[in-house]
Design a protein around this ligand. Structure first.
Ligand code: GAR
Length: 211
């Protein structure tokens, strides 16, 4: 199984994937921002990096996405992992990889799609927050859900503290999902439903606050 990881920034989820000893050959890490910190991390781990600067394409999203698809196809990737890739993709691009493209989002979707999820979760007063791995579909942050992890929201949380608690869980569930995919245990059905062949957890609940 060959995969590529798309990033825009620091690349901590990318690093979690690269270090997870997955049965995956990571063919390359591609960033739309040449300055992304994650590129140096990927290189230090022996992974090919490609900077595909979206600003060169101006407002022409289709041209950027066509260049991106050309790279992914040249690399013969079976799976595309979006890991902090902060760019909306065209419908044509998404449809080309439908069922073969995963994203990690820092909220319990369908709550808090989009940006600033942690500040918005605090403002909404939710007591449980978390992260989601989902298949990518044309509607942003709305694709079929693969796996989620939940964390408590604490009274003295700041967006930064909450983000750190969620990020630790992102680094757990994204490698899990990619492993399931690589092992042929995760599929997106033609009916749009996710099928995961994973061990069932004993039933338990996260209650927050739990006093
Ligand atoms: C992560 O928290 C990821 O969930 C989020 O950006 C961060 C990237 O951090 N992604 C999105 O918000 C996608 N809409 P990283 O570069 O250290 O993995």
């Amino acid at each position: 199984m060959r995969a590529v990881i798309l990033i825009s920034g620091r690349g901590s989820n990318m690093e979690a994937l690269l270090r997870a000893n997955l049965p995956v050959e990571f063919a390359a890490v591609i960033s739309n921002r040449p300055q992304a910190g994650g590129l140096a991390i990927a290189r230090s781990l022996g992974v090919e990096t490609i900077a595909l600067d979206h600003t060169v394409y101006g407002a022409d999203r289709a041209a950027f996405d066509a260049a991106l698809a050309a790279e992914i196809d040249r690399l013969r990737a079976d799976l595309v992992c979006l890991a902090g890739f902060m760019r909306v993709l065209t419908d044509a691009f998404v449809q080309r990889y439908q069922g073969h493209m995963l994203n990690i989002h820092p909220a319990l979707l369908p709550a808090f799609p989009g940006l600033d999820t942690h500040a918005r979760a605090l403002a909404a007063g939710v007591k449980i927050h978390g992260c989601t791995v989902h298949f990518v579909t044309p509607e942003v942050d709305a694709g079929p859900i693969v796996v989620q992890a939940a964390v408590p929201v604490l009274d003295d949380d700041t967006p930064e503290r909450l983000a750190a608690r969620v990020l630790a869980q992102e680094h757990r569930i994204y490698p899990m999902a990619v492993r399931w995919y690589a092992e042929g245990r995760l599929h997106l059905g033609a009916d749009g439903r996710v099928r995961v062949d994973a061990p069932r957890l004993p039933e338990s609940a996260l209650i927050s606050p739990n006093g």
